[in-house]
Design a protein around this ligand. Structure first.
Ligand code: ZN
Length: 137
C-alpha cells in the first residue's frame, strides 16, 4: 500500500517524488491513479476529478510532463480527495451548494465549467472514465 492521500502529513513534494520515481514514472495515469500501491484512497471518481483539475489526460505518464503539469497534478492529488472528504463530513450541516462539486464525474453531455466544451464518457482500465476534450490535453 502506498501512502494515504488523507494522511495530513503527506506533502505535495512527496507525491511529486513518488510520481517521478523509477517505479511509477512510466505508468499511464489511467491505471496508476487506481493502484493502491501508488497512493491509497483514490477511488474512480477521484481519479477523473484529479485529472480534470490538473488539465491532463489519462494516457499521460509522469515522465512526459512539464514542471508546471507535474506540480499541478501533485497538488490536485492531495487537494481533491481532501476537499471531497471534508465535504462528505459536512453535507448534513451545510447547504447543498457547499457540497463537493463534481466537474466531470457523471457529467457526460454537459458543459465543462472551465472551458464550455462537452464532457465525454468512456471506459479506461475497466472503469467508467469522464473527461473534457476542451481543456484536458
Ligand atoms: Zn473543459
Amino acid at each position: 500500500m502506498g501512502p494515504d492521500v488523507l494522511d495530513a502529513t503527506l506533502t505535495v513534494e512527496e507525491v511529486r517524488e513518488r510520481l517521478l520515481s523509477a517505479r511509477f514514472r512510466r505508468r499511464q495515469f489511467s491505471g496508476l491513479l487506481l493502484d493502491q500501491a501508488f497512493l491509497a484512497g483514490l477511488g474512480n471518481y477521484l481519479r477523473v476529478e484529479i485529472l480534470w483539475h490538473a488539465g491532463l489526460l489519462a494516457s499521460h505518464r509522469a515522465q512526459d510532463l512539464s514542471e508546471e503539469q507535474l506540480n499541478a497534478l501533485s497538488a490536485a492529488m492531495l487537494a481533491v480527495p481532501r476537499l471531497s472528504y471534508q465535504m462528505r463530513g459536512s453535507m448534513k450541516k451545510y447547504h447543498e451548494e457547499a457540497a463537493f462539486r463534481f466537474e466531470v464525474f457523471h457529467r457526460q453531455g454537459k458543459k465543462c465549467r472551465r472551458c464550455g466544451a462537452v464532457i465525454e464518457k468512456g471506459v479506461l482500465s475497466s472503469r467508467p472514465f469522464y473527461w473534457c476534450p476542451g481543456c484536458q490535453n
